[in-house]
Design a protein around this ligand. Structure first.
Ligand code: AP5
Length: 220
């Protein structure tokens, strides 16, 4: 299965992608995590991406698409992928369609996780991330058991530079201008299903899996 999780910054794509990938045994590809890893390693790609990420802008399509195409050519992607944070522009969506088509594959489902703006702001400004495994936490709604430490791997938790209020506002603007048109793009293909992203993480996970199974059954 090739599944896309679409949603505004803070909608819960990363949180749900980890759960759904585990449940459906899919590779999890998060372009934001890949860029942050490249920054940690100090590569040319990481330095370039930082210029855009710290302003809340999208990294240019040619850079992002090249990185993604290289990643999906890896053996762990053959059984299926959950895409988290990609595609984010029409050009990226078309590039992904083309690349999968060459392998005789296609996107199966697109889950649009919908959350109101005010809630997104609250989620992002209280978010903490594990430096090691990238698991997300929230200081109020999903705090770690031990302050500052990841429950899963014991890694150090930190706040992302782009989770400052001014950058969050810019990221939301960019989402509505450049990524939201993908809702129409995938609605036209009949592959988009909308899931309510408000509620407990567990309930959103159940809603997402139910929607995916219902759509898959409807296709048979
Ligand atoms: P990226 O890392 O992809 O960030 P994003 O899309 O802005 O999404 P977030 O990671 O902020 O949110 P999320 O939806 O994953 O929510 P999460 O699960 O963490 O991208 C960062 C930057 O990289 C971009 O701005 C861009 O510059 C660049 N980039 C990346 N991909 C690109 C691409 N394809 N093209 C060009 N540039 C690209 O949850 C958020 C918080 O809410 C957490 O604290 C979590 O614990 C909490 N939470 C989750 N679910 C719930 C719930 N149900 N109830 C209450 N709280 C919840």
């Amino acid at each position: 299965m090739y599944i896309i999780l679409l949603g505004a910054p803070g909608a819960g794509k990363g949180t749900q992608a980890v759960e759904v990938a585990r449940e459906l045994k899919l590779a999890h590809i998060a372009t934001g995590d890949m860029f942050r890893e490249a920054q940690k390693q100090g590569t040319a790609l990481g330095l370039k991406a930082r210029e855009y990420m710290e302003k809340g802008k999208l990294v240019p399509d040619e850079i992002t698409v090249a990185m993604l195409l290289e990643r999906i050519s890896k053996p762990d992607c053959r059984q299926g992928v959950i895409f988290d944070g990609f595609p984010r522009t029409l050009a990226q969506a078309e590039a992904l369609d083309k690349a999968l088509e060459k392998q005789g594959k296609a996107i199966d489902e697109v889950v649009y996780i919908k959350v109101a703006d005010e809630e997104l702001m609250k989620r992002l400004s209280g978010r903490w991330i594990c430096r090691q495994c990238q698991s997300p936490y929230h200081k109020i709604t999903s705090p770690p058991k031990v302050e500052g430490k990841c429950d899963r791997c014991g890694g150090e938790l930190y706040q992302r530079d782009d989770d400052k209020p001014a950058t969050i506002s810019e990221r939301l603007k960019v989402f509505f201008a450049q990524t939201a048109p993908l809702i129409d793009y995938y609605t036209r293909t009949g592959k988009l299903v909308e899931v309510n992203g408000v509620g407990s993480v567990d309930n959103v996970r159940k809603g997402t899996l139910t929607a995916l199974r219902r759509e898959a059954a409807g296709r048979k």
